[in-house]
Design a protein around this ligand. Structure first.
Ligand code: CO
Length: 149
């Protein structure tokens, strides 16, 4: 039987890092001014009550997430932890297999089954209490997805 260190890694690379901010326009302006990046993607998620803007680098992207209303998940996060890293997303080949492996390894997840993410990806969150306080997202990109948008 393989030890943990001999086992194949479930995760391939970082897909994105998501940062919670209070004011999306101000945050976009700051990142553009500080680093000269350009935000190629901005989208409202009215169902979940937040807005996201992202810039892309070498196969991964950074998302800024801001609440649209007081009862959004991002509002709750900001109230509890303040602005900062909201989650880190790791890319996986096969999210069903990854979730099955986590179950086998006794790691608590938020999503027992994958849900649909952006660009037809399939995503699932691992519970932050299982990961020392950090919310981890797993992303299986769509088959025809480019490594960056
Ligand atoms: Co994410």
């Amino acid at each position: 039987m393989a030890t943990a260190s001999e086992a194949l890694s479930l995760i391939d690379t970082i897909d994105h890092v998501a940062l919670a901010v209070h004011d999306l326009d101000a945050a976009v302006e700051l990142y553009e001014r500080a680093f000269g990046v350009s935000f190629r993607w901005r989208e409202r998620n009215d169902e979940q009550g937040y807005e996201v803007a992202a810039f892309y680098m070498d196969g991964l992207h950074v998302e800024l997430l801001a609440p649209l209303r007081a009862d959004s998940v991002i509002s709750g996060f900001l109230a509890k932890k303040g602005a900062g890293v909201h989650h880190i997303a790791f890319r996986v080949d096969d999210i069903d297999r990854a979730l099955e492996q986590l179950r086998t390894r006794g790691i608590r997840v938020v999503d027992e089954t994958p849900r649909r993410g952006t660009a037809d990806s399939r995503i699932a969150f691992v519970h932050p209490k299982a990961m020392l306080g950090t919310l981890i997202e797993l992303v299986e990109p769509a088959d025809d997805a480019e490594s960056s948008r």
